[in-house]
Design a protein around this ligand. Structure first.
Ligand SMILES: Nc1nc2c(c(=O)[nH]1)N[C@H]1C(S)=C(S)[C@@H](COP(=O)(O)O)O[C@H]1N2
Ligand SMILES: [Mo]
Length: 438
C-alpha cells in the first residue's frame, strides 16, 4: 500500500519526473522499471509498451470517496453535497436504456419546496413578450395541448467538471450527471404559440418554487433562460410524468421544463413561470462565468470575469461505460469482455463509439444503436479480446455527427468548469493480483 501511495503522490506532483524516476523512460519500459510499475498497480500490464509517458495509471486516479445517498426511492448515488442536495449517478447504475427515477442524478441550487396536495391544480404562467399572457393549471395543460412522450437526455452543464485541471469551482462531477428518462408532457412550443409570441420575443427566463438556501423570502436560487429557438424546439417539454408514472417530487413535480441536450440548469423544476423577453434573461445563473465558456482559451486557473465568453448551449459529446465499474476484477483466464454503455452529444447525434484496451494505441469500433428519438442518448456495445491476465484500462470515446471526438484532455478551461469531456479510462483487472502488490 505504501508503494501505491508514494507512486501516486509522485505522479500527482510531477508526472514527468515520476515517470523518469519510478518507472524509467517509458520508451524503454522494461526490466526494473516495468516491475516497479506493475508492483504499484498490483498486476502485470500486458500493454505497458504503449502507456503514454507521464500518464498516471487510472487505478490511482479514483475520485475522492464520496458518501452514498440514502433516500427512499433513490439508488445509492454519490453524494456531492446535502445542502443543496447534489448527487451523481455511478456509470454502472446507468445501464438501463431508459434511466429509472431511482437512478437519476440530483442537482439542486436551493431547497426543496413542500409537496402539494393536488398536482393537477398547480399553476404555471407565461408572461412578457406575448399577445395573451396565460395562467394554466397542469390539468388544463393536459387537456388543451397534445401530450407527448420522449426519451430525453438531461445533463448538468457541469458534468465532467472533475476532469478540468486545475480544479474549477463547483461540484466535481465525473461523467454521472446525466439521465435519459422517458418524459411525458406538452410541448413548450405549443403553449408559447397559444400565448402568441410578439415579434420581439427572443429569449425566455424560467422560475421555480424552490426556496433560496438563505431562507430569504422571494430570493431566487436559479432562474436561467435561453434563446427562443430552443424554447420552440419540438423536444422542449413541460413535463408532468416520468417513465409512465407521475413525476417524482425530487425531480420537479408537479411540473418541470425539460430542455434536452442543453445544460440541465435550463430544465427548471417546480416550474411556476416563463417570462418571454426581448433581451437575454438576467436571472441568477446567467452572465459572467455562469454556464458560459471562453471563445478563445484563457489561462487555466486565472481569475476571469467571463467577459467575452459565450453561452454553453448544446452539450459536448460524451460517453459512459455502464457494464463495468472502474477497478473491476474479472476471473483468471478471461479473454473476452462484453462492454456496454451510452453516448450522446447535445443537439447532435453520435456517429461512432470506440474503445481502446492498450492505452490508445489501437481503437476498436463498437456497435452503436440509433437513438429512440432525437435528443435521446444512444446505447453502444461490443466485445473486446485481451491477450493475457493483467491490468488493463478501458478507454472509451465517442464521436459526434460533426466529427468531433472526445479529446485526450479536458480543454478550454474556465472558472466554473464547463465542457470537460475527455476520453474516459476505467481500470480493469483480469486474474489474480500480483503477490508483490501488498
Ligand atoms: N427550480 C430548480 N430547477 C432546477 C435546479 C434548481 O436548483 N432549482 N437545478 C437545475 C440543474 S443545475 C440541473 S442539472 C437539473 C437537475 O435535474 P434533476 O435534479 O431532476 O436531475 O435541474 C435544474 N433545474
Ligand atoms: Mo446543473
Amino acid at each position: 500500500m505504501a508503494q501505491e501511495r508514494s507512486a501516486q503522490e509522485l505522479y500527482n506532483d510531477d508526472p514527468e519526473r515520476a515517470d523518469a524516476e519510478v518507472f524509467g523512460r517509458r520508451g524503454e519500459l522494461e526490466g526494473a522499471s516495468l516491475q516497479a510499475m506493475q508492483a504499484a498497480v498490483g498486476a502485470p500490464i500486458p500493454a505497458a509498451a504503449t502507456l503514454p509517458p507521464g500518464t498516471l495509471p487510472a487505478i490511482f486516479d479514483r475520485p475522492g470517496a464520496l458518501p452514498r445517498l440514502t433516500m427512499p426511492g433513490k439508488a445509492a448515488l454519490l453524494l456531492h453535497d446535502d445542502r443543496p442536495l447534489c448527487a451523481e449517478t455511478p456509470e454502472v447504475l446507468l445501464d438501463e436504456p431508459v434511466t429509472s427515477a431511482r437512478a437519476m442524478f440530483v442537482r439542486n441550487n436551493g431547497g426543496i419546496p413542500p409537496e402539494v396536495a393536488d398536482p393537477m391544480a398547480w399553476r404555471f404562467a407565461v408572461e412578457g413578450e406575448v399577445q395573451a399572457p396565460l395562467s394554466l393549471t397542469v390539468g388544463e395543460l393536459q387537456t388543451r395541448f397534445p401530450v407527448v412522450t420522449r426519451q430525453l437526455q438531461m445533463e448538468c452543464g457541469g458534468n465532467g467538471r472533475a476532469f478540468h485541471q486545475p480544479t474549477a469551482r463547483g461540484n466535481p462531477w465525473g461523467n454521472g450527471a446525466i439521465s435519459n428518462g422517458a418524459w411525458t408532457g406538452v410541448r413548450l412550443r405549443d403553449v408559447l404559440l397559444a400565448a402568441g409570441l410578439k415579434p420581439n420575443a427572443r429569449f425566455t427566463g424560467h422560475y421555480g418554487a424552490d426556496p433560496h438556501l438563505s431562507g430569504a423570502p422571494g430570493q431566487v436560487s436559479i432562474a436561467r433562460g435561453m434563446r427562443i429557438e430552443k424554447a420552440l424546439d419540438e423536444d422542449t417539454l413541460l413535463a408532468f410524468a416520468l417513465n409512465g408514472a407521475p413525476l417524482p417530487h425530487l425531480h420537479g413535480a408537479p411540473l418541470r421544463l425539460v430542455v434536452p441536450g442543453w445544460p440541465g440548469s435550463l430544465s427548471q423544476k417546480w416550474l411556476t413561470r416563463i417570462w418571454v423577453r426581448d433581451v437575454p434573461h438576467d436571472g441568477p445563473g446567467m452572465g459572467g462565468t455562469s454556464y458560459r465558456v471562453p471563445r478563445h482559451a484563457i489561462l487555466p486557473g486565472r481569475p476571469h470575469d467571463g467577459q467575452g465568453f459565450v453561452e454553453l448551449e448544446s452539450m459536448p459529446v460524451r460517453s459512459i461505460l455502464t457494464s463495468h465499474a472502474h477497478g473491476s476484477h474479472l476471473p483468471t483466464g478471461t479473454r473476452h469482455v462484453d462492454l456496454r454503455g451510452a453516448a450522446w452529444a447535445g443537439d447532435l447525434a453520435v456517429q461512432a463509439q470506440h474503445v481502446s484496451l492498450d492505452f490508445g494505441a489501437t481503437w476498436q469500433k463498437m456497435a452503436l444503436f440509433p437513438a429512440a428519438n432525437r435528443h435521446a442518448w444512444q446505447r453502444w456495445q461490443g466485445r473486446v479480446t485481451v491477450p493475457a491476465d493483467g491490468y488493463y484500462e478501458i478507454w472509451y470515446r465517442a464521436t459526434d455527427s460533426a466529427g468531433r471526438m472526445q479529446p485526450h484532455q479536458a480543454a478550454n478551461w474556465n472558472p466554473q468548469g464547463y465542457g470537460a469531456n475527455p476520453i474516459s479510462r476505467a481500470a480493469m483487472f483480469i486474474g489474480d493480483a500480483l503477490a508483490t502488490a501488498s
